[in-house]
Design a protein around this ligand. Sequence first.
Ligand code: NAP
Length: 268
Amino acid sequence: MRDSGKPLCLITGASAGIGAALATEFARNGWDLALAARREAPMQELADKLKAAYATQSYVYAVDLSDMAQNRQIITSLQSKGRTVDGLVNNAGFGLPGQYNTNSWDVHHGTLNLMLNGPSELVHLVLPDMIEQGFGRIINVASLAGFLPGSMGRTHYAATKSYLIKFSQALNMEYSDDNIYVSALCPGFTYSEFHDVNETREAMNKTPRYMWESAQRVAEEGYLAVMGNKPVYIPGKVNCALAALGKLLPEAAVHSLMKRFSQKYKRG
Ligand SMILES: NC(=O)c1ccc[n+]([C@@H]2O[C@H](COP(=O)([O-])OP(=O)(O)OC[C@H]3O[C@@H](n4cnc5c(N)ncnc54)[C@H](OP(=O)(O)O)[C@@H]3O)[C@@H](O)[C@H]2O)c1
């Protein structure tokens, strides 16, 4: 595929939800895309749609990002096509259902690769070119959960999101003077496939609608946040209020609230 002259953004978890919405947002703003997730068909469909709408060139990678080698292969493949990564969105993720002992170590290890090691290594791989060209934009999709205590079930989810927030803040401090902006995007409840995958859809349908955002809105605000060099961005007023409350209330009270809430929604 010929280089279009547009900057290129690699987006993980681009087959659904927030990742697909972010892909649309980057394409709308004049970027080419590298789309990565396990399911090829929805990414190819999105690539075709964005080509027709915005003349976007997309490279589709059907990969399992719980395998570190497959993370690296994307970068090697793009390099072999002469494309540098100007933007990176570490978005792929899920909440692993079940209490900690109910999943094998291999499953936990793969989850930690997907949520922590993969994003960290992808940033490390793309930074040299970004530094050389004096331009880069990186979004790490974290979560409101990263500001709150861990929960029962999905045991390391909040911890991994907390890591992404601190990681993004540190990277932002280190590289924003080089015109490389790094943002942690921290959505609350967002309409996507997320709650089907973590098996809480039925319970989540009972939460009030005002607590929910569309993936498109999260993506639009997330795009503006990274372009505006915001190290941490929480979309939605309700989510901002919840994050503030998590800081203001005594830790024991928030812990106990989270225990009661997550007990209702955990599996296993
Ligand atoms: N929805 C929410 O309420 C919410 C709130 C806060 C934060 N978030 C965060 O937002 C991000 C996107 O989630 P979403 O809400 O858009 O959920 P989603 O609709 O379930 O999308 C998750 C994406 O991650 C990909 N993915 C999962 N496991 C993968 C693997 N092993 N290898 C490659 N790709 C993988 C999925 O693609 P394949 O299945 O095709 O592989 C899919 O494209 C996640 O990091 C999530 O933690 C979501």
